[in-house]
Design a protein around this ligand. Structure first.
Ligand code: SME
Length: 141
């Protein structure tokens, strides 16, 4: 994953990062970056088979809103068993949401849905938290 991190850094923009993650990581079925605007998360660049209707999510709602409120990565092995889950795609089985923090504040997050159950583990968390650090300056207001 080190080579991929370098490529993401070199891409230097959010859409480039999303595209690289989608192309290289087989289980990452849908990837979006939400940006914090006031009390909401607003969908920015995304890549996947379909658009989501959840283009604005209040902080505190859904798995996305929980991660933004706590500043901590959320891993959901079975989205259908998590009452917080806001459904986007019928094929989604698991999800990871990684906050993007800049100067001590959550400014956005990386949201990834997988069609495979329990697709996300510690390796994904560590890798995506590094990606979030790289993207933080690009998400700063
Ligand atoms: N599932 C998310 C909503 C965003 S979609 O996955 C693109 C949630 O529960 O917050």
């Amino acid at each position: 994953m080190t080579g991929l991190l370098q490529e993401i850094e070199e891409a230097g923009d959010l859409q480039g990062a999303v595209d690289l993650l989608h192309e290289r990581c087989e289980d990452y079925s849908w990837i979006g970056i939400y940006l914090v605007e006031g009390g909401d998360l607003v969908l920015g660049p995304w890549r996947g088979p379909q658009a989501t209707e959840h283009v604005r999510i209040p902080v505190g709602q859904g798995v996305c809103g929980a991660a933004a409120a706590s500043g901590k990565t959320e891993i959901v092995d079975d989205v259908n068993a998590d009452p917080r889950y806001l459904a986007c795609f019928p094929s989604t089985r698991s999800e990871i949401v990684v906050p993007i923090a800049h100067e001590g504040r959550v400014v956005g997050e990386i949201d990834i849905d997988s069609d495979r159950p329990a697709a996300f583990g510690e390796d994904d968390r560590v890798f995506l938290e590094r990606v979030a650090e790289l993207l933080a300056p690009l998400c700063a207001p």
